[in-house]
Write a protein that binds this ligand. Structure first.
Ligand SMILES: Nc1ncnc2c1ncn2[C@@H]1O[C@H](COP(=O)(O)OP(=O)(O)OP(=O)(O)O)[C@@H](O)[C@H]1O
Length: 368
């Protein structure tokens, strides 16, 4: 299992080649009259985070991001989770320089975005990044087709090509037949599908979603999450997904970064965050999340003995949640052989391990 505070390791349960797409180092964002001076104060001292925050506030400065570092790997869904005001939106805006960081580095592949000209950044935002926001951000006077084609129009794509591409995207998000509807004729979920289609039209290398489903009611929200996962299976985008909803984070993430008061306090796979929260604050978030639903067979399996006879045991895919194995475990299956696509058997999961994971779940609930 990876180190829970290690923001640099890629921890998906696959052996696919790891390529870092986005690299952020030591990002600070301080609002106020003299952010550079405030930053020097922050870097010069060794105060606890909350003391520093208060001291900067005394001089009229607001510490929105403090020393944020992480990598996002190609094809990964990286979820940033935190309560309102923890700095999530500021962070995602710093990545595209819609908000200018006070200090730090943002690398997109080999390009240092903080050194890029404003002209280059406009190009990056238009051609490389896709963005979806909570309030959909559709143009009310344009129909669905023209909304989706809009970023392609901004790129100067000829009308026939952009219409064809927009139609493909509309089909992809399941809105075929609604091309000529106006945004206000659509439900919230449908409007957000248009937002998603529009952001995908430019075929972005990096996809930022800032609370995209937060305005939707719970049932639609869940449907949209499923839809989002389906699209990601198909498209394999590199994604930074912002949410304040821990259940959503756990459902969608390959890895989660938990933010508090402008800092990332833990980065890890959902299972890592559940099993080894760095502190009581993180643990309190995860109280409502079921370990059995989140922990996968691959994340807690034991090593396969060298002399293992492949014909023994029931084969189960590494991505299977423990919960799905419970009925068979209770019915007497002692050992599951964990497999990964293209690799065959990679480990073993015993009923004993399953029981330990579930005991941890119970213990957490009893302690608090
Ligand atoms: N221009 C600004 N000047 C001063 N403070 C700001 C500015 N913009 C944001 N902040 C502050 O920075 C903090 C982080 O805001 P941010 O919107 O990034 O949080 P968030 O985690 O996305 O919250 P929410 O989920 O409510 O959107 C907030 O306390 C906010 O008031």
């Amino acid at each position: 299992m990876m180190n829970p505070v290690d923001g640099t390791g890629f921890s998906r349960e696959s052996t696919a080649e790891v390529v870092t797409k986005l690299r952020c180092r030591n990002i600070w964002k301080i609002y106020g009259q003299r952010p550079d001076k405030a930053l020097a104060t922050a870097l010069g001292g060794s105060e606890p985070p909350l003391t520093l925050k208060r001291r900067l506030e005394e001089t009229g400065h607001f510490l929105a991001l403090a020393d944020v570092s992480f990598d996002v790997q190609q094809g990964e869904i990286f979820v940033v989770m935190g309560l309102s005001g923890s700095g999530k939106s500021t962070l995602v805006r710093c990545l595209s320089r819609l908000v200018e960081p006070t200090s730090g580095e943002v690398w997109l592949g080999g390009e240092n975005l903080l050194a890029a000209s404003e002209r280059r950044m406009v190009e990056v935002r238009r051609k490389v990044m896709g963005m979806v926001f909570q309030n959909f951000g559709l143009l009310p006077h344009l129909d669905v087709l023209d909304n989706v084609a809009f970023p392609l129009r901004m790129q100067g794509m000829p009308p026939a090509d952009r219409t064809a591409k927009a139609r493909d995207m509309i089909e992809l998000v399941g809105l075929r037949g609604r091309e000529n509807s106006m945004p206000l004729e659509l439900s919230g979920g449908q409007q957000q599908r248009v937002g998603i289609a529009r952001s995908l039209a430019v075929d972005p290398e990096l996809w930022f979603l800032d609370e995209p489903f937060s305005a939707l009611d719970p049932l639609i929200r869940r449907q949209m999450q499923d839809e989002f996962l389906r699209l990601q299976q198909l498209l394999q985008k590199t994604i930074v997904f912002i949410t304040h909803d821990i259940q959503e984070a756990f459902r969608l993430a390959d890895r989660i970064a938990i933010m508090r008061e402008g800092r990332i306090i833990q980065i890890g796979r959902p299972a890592d965050i559940l099993l080894t929260p760095v502190d009581a604050y993180v643990a309190s978030f995860t109280e409502e999340v079921s370990l059995a639903k989140v922990v996968t067979a691959g994340s807690v399996m034991a090593k396969l003995p060298g002399n293992w006879d492949a014909s023994r045991g029931h084969e189960v895919d590494a991505a299977t949640p423990i919960e799905m194995l419970l009925p068979r475990s209770l019915a007497g299956t002692q050992t599951f052989v964990i497999t990964r696509e293209g690799e065959g058997p990679v480990g073993l999961l015993t009923s004993e391990i399953i029981a330990k994971v579930l005991a941890n779940d119970t213990a957490q609930r009893v302690v608090r």
